[in-house]
Design a protein around this ligand. Structure first.
Ligand code: SF4
Length: 286
């Protein structure tokens, strides 16, 4: 923390008020909950200036991908979220595969409301494979995009039954051959059920937080995954995804992240921080 630059505490209202005076060095970011919120571009422009209106330059020695910084991020995430697991209810690989397909553009809570009845009605891949996709639609309608999801689930069931003996394969290439399964879904099944670290799950939370933490500057999920696989040790790929997803729900939310409560605050330079004790970087974007 910059000397003489005391962090402000959250006010009782839950909003963080701006410091009256800034004494140079790192600029505490202005109040977190303007109403209405400033557009992202304006917020970034404001965040990149110090109190005198001068551009804040990151320290010359700062490297967001330095192994010791990445290790510190992993350490703090591990301490904060030691036992987090996949939030989708499942009791076997097939159920997890279906739940993950249904979770696209939908909350895990909603999916967990749908799947118990679904798997009671259709207990095995064979039961799903025997359906026409239209027959499945009413059961999964509330998860959204139900027509496409019905086609994906029934198509995946037919492949699993026809080509893999009714068992979900534990192999990346085989999983990617299933309808409706891309790397995110395959990584969820491989990591959470089979315990295989073949990649990093990049969902909306991992996407956003990896950029805020400057672990990537990419916007494409596959490129983000490649960047993360380069800087995060393989033995942490599975936990990292779970912990970041949890962090994205608990604190590092999309709009107005709760930076004052965040265990990563002192090593996070995100341009849209709502409260900061360190210089913020225009390159670290949501
Ligand atoms: S300090 Fe804020 S932006 Fe950075 S990781 Fe924490 S909650 Fe997210």
């Amino acid at each position: 923390m910059a000397r003489g630059n005391m962090p402000r505490q959250p006010s009782k209202s839950g909003r963080h008020t701006a410091a009256e005076k800034v004494r140079g060095g790192a600029r505490p970011v202005k109040a977190s909950a303007p109403s209405p919120p400033a557009p992202a571009k304006a917020a970034r422009a404001r965040a990149a200036l110090n109190a005198a209106g001068e551009a804040i330059k990151p320290p010359k020695t700062y490297d967001p991908l330095a192994p010791e910084r990445v290790q510190e991020i992993l350490k703090r995430l591990g301490q904060t979220y030691p036992d987090v697991k996949c939030a989708l209810t499942h009791s076997n690989a097939w159920e997890l595969l279906v739940a993950t397909i249904l979770s696209a553009q939908c909350t895990d809570v909603r999916v967990n409301m749908v799947t118990p009845g679904l798997f009671k009605k259709y207990p095995t891949p064979k039961h799903f494979a025997a359906l026409d996709p239209e027959e499945l639609e009413p059961d999964i309608r509330s998860t959204g995009f139900f027509r496409n999801k019905s086609k994906s689930v029934v198509g995946a069931a037919r492949e699993v039954v026809g080509n893999f003996g009714g068992k979900v394969p534990d192999d990346m290439q085989a999983l990617l051959s299933l309808p409706g399964v891309a790397r995110k879904t395959a990584n969820v099944v491989l990591g959470s059920w089979f315990g295989k670290a073949e990649g990093v799950v990049v969902d909306t939370h991992v996407h956003r937080i990896s950029r805020r933490l400057e672990l990537t500057q990419e916007n494409d999920a596959q490129k983000i995954e490649q960047d993360l696989m380069k800087v995060i040790p393989r033995e942490r790929w599975i936990d990292f995804s779970h912990q970041v997803i949890h962090h994205g729900r608990a604190l590092c939310v999309a709009r107005l992240p709760k930076c004052a409560e965040c265990p990563l605050e002192t090593i996070c330079h995100a341009a849209d921080k709502t409260w900061s004790t360190v210089p913020i970087h225009i390159t670290a974007q949501p």
